[in-house]
Design a protein around this ligand. Structure first.
Ligand SMILES: [Fe+2]
Ligand SMILES: [Fe+2]
Length: 159
């Protein structure tokens, strides 16, 4: 299938963001493990997996549209020295991702590419869940204090 105007550029832009998210959450998972916050480690590992599935879905779709997935660069990966810094950086990262997806969805509607629009809409559902999770963590920290929040993150969830 041939891509409509501008769609491949949007998909490749979103792909850079999703690949960056994979790296960022792998790093944040590793940092949390290193600091002993096993519960956060598990959640960041789960987020990294979701970003892998967003990335691979985009790669498939770019190929389907006859494009070339651009895999050879990333945006800057946010690091940090404290959990709070990671959570704040991740929330703003996810908000930017949601904005890019919303722009993509609007563009696809304009050019009449409903297949791509549907894919981006599926991704924005996960992205909004990610935003909600980060907002909840930051709200909890405000309510109970960072020490108490972190004490709760030491043990991994039992499953
Ligand atoms: Fe994503
Ligand atoms: Fe995300």
């Amino acid at each position: 299938m041939k891509a409509k105007e501008g769609v491949l550029d949007i998909l490749n832009k979103v792909l850079v963001s999703e690949l960056t998210a994979v790296h960022q959450y792998l790093l944040h998972a590793a940092l949390c493990k290193h600091w002993g916050y096993h519960r956060l480690h598990e959640h960041f590992s789960h987020l990294a997996q979701e970003e892998v599935s967003h990335s691979s879905g985009l790669v498939d779709h770019i190929l389907y549209l006859g494009g070339t997935p651009e895999m050879d660069h990333l945006d800057a990966v946010a690091a940090g020295k404290k959990v709070l810094e990671l959570l704040e950086a991740d929330l703003s990262f996810e908000r930017e991702d949601a904005d890019a997806l919303r722009e993509g969805i609007a563009h696809c509607a304009k050019v009449g590419d409903f297949t791509t629009r549907h894919r981006l809409e599926e991704m924005i559902v996960d992205t909004e869940e990610h935003i909600d999770w980060f907002e909840t963590q930051l709200r909890t920290i405000k309510q109970v204090g960072v020490e108490r929040y972190l004490a709760e993150q030491l043990a991994a969830d039992k499953s």
